[in-house]
Design a protein around this ligand. Structure first.
Ligand code: C2E
Ligand code: MG
Ligand code: MG
Ligand code: MG
Length: 290
């Protein structure tokens, strides 16, 4: 299929192909095998959602999680999303898989509520294709009804490249999300091609400060200036701010000083499988009770 061939061509990289034809073919073959097994992954129940806690500052409470998909491949083991999301996109499989992600994430929220945990925001990543898909709104509405969770606990993460693709349509879709009571976050804010002026017309709730800008905090003056500016921008526009990829207490201290609202990163926790996330929530509850 032409889409997949195009994808392979892009993945191979222009500079290498004349030297590494054999490897390239092997790689294309691997990709094809991968695609075949991806087609069956959903029915074989091989996808898993991991959950990474989002920490409120300065309270330190877990106030939300981001759902991050993994593929539990029978031979390859746990495959990270960057290795298969692009393939899901070009094949269109992202639509049913994306719906599975939203349903699984919402069911998880329902389980935690039933277990008596304080309500946690569930952030879910949307891909470009999913965002523009006609049935997305009605599917989400059905999932919210089915799991009986409030819409404002679901936060849809979209990237700047997604929102900038068709600005007119984006505004329309975001308005519909807002009417439904859903939350929307711009993921990796500042790394894409978006213009600040669009923030005025896009009804979004949260800016996520890219891991790229957090990595070299606080030493790198440019990154420090950018992180500070994004947090200030969010606050002055009454938007929430989430810093991702927080790994050190120095990064946390800097971000806290700038009054970043939520943080996410290995300093607090990596993304956890459901059992471990449940254990963490249970531990938090016991700690709060004593
Ligand atoms: P993202 O949405 O920007 O997610 C953040 C990524 O950073 C995650 O990688 C997370 O595990 C990683 N991370 C979190 N804290 C730290 C840290 O302190 N240091 C470092 N170095 N990394 C950290 P992951 O899970 O491999 O996901 C990669 C990307 O795949 C995500 O980036 C998102 O764009 C995409 N993705 C994940 N799940 C889904 C999904 O269900 N649907 C769609 N469409 N895309 C998804
Ligand atoms: Mg994300
Ligand atoms: Mg991100
Ligand atoms: Mg706060």
């Amino acid at each position: 299929n032409a889409d997949v061939a195009m994808y392979h061509a892009k993945q191979q990289g222009r500079n290498n192909y004349q030297f590494y034809t054999a490897e390239m073919n092997a790689c294309a073959y691997d990709q094809l095998m991968l695609e075949t097994s991806l087609r069956h992954a959903l029915e074989r129940d091989e996808f898993v959602l991991y959950y990474q806690p989002q920490i409120d500052m300065p309270s330190g409470d877990i106030v939300g999680v981001e759902a991050l998909i993994r593929w539990n491949h029978p031979e390859l083991g746990l495959v990270p999303p960057n290795d298969f999301i692009p393939l899901l996109e070009v094949t269109g499989l992202i639509v049913p898989v994306g719906e599975w992600v939203i349903r699984t994430a919402c069911r998880q929220v329902r389980t935690w509520l039933d277990e008596g945990h304080p309500p946690l925001t569930m952030a879910v990543n949307l891909s470009a294709r999913q965002f523009r898909e006609q049935n997305l709104k009605s599917n989400i509405a059905a999932i919210l009804a089915e799991t009986n969770i409030p819409a404002n606990l679901l936060e849809l993460e979209i990237t700047e490249s997604i929102v900038m693709e068709n600005v007119q349509e984006t505004v329309e879709i975001l308005r519909q999300f807002k009417d439904m009571g859903l939350k929307v976050a711009i993921d990796d804010f500042g790394t894409g091609a978006s213009s600040l002026s669009y923030l005025k017309s896009f009804p979004v709730d949260t800016l996520k400060i890219s891991h790229d800008f957090v990595l070299n905090l606080p030493a790198d003056n440019d990154d420090a200036a950018i992180a500070k500016a994004v947090i200030t921008l969010a606050r002055n526009m009454s938007l929430g701010s989430v810093a991702e990829g927080v790994e050190t207490s120095e990064q946390m201290d800097f971000l806290r000083l700038q009054q970043c609202e939520r943080m996410q990163g290995y300093l607090f926790s990596k993304a956890l499988p459901p059992e471990q996330m449940a254990a963490l929530l249970e531990e938090r509850r016991r700690a709060a009770a004593t």
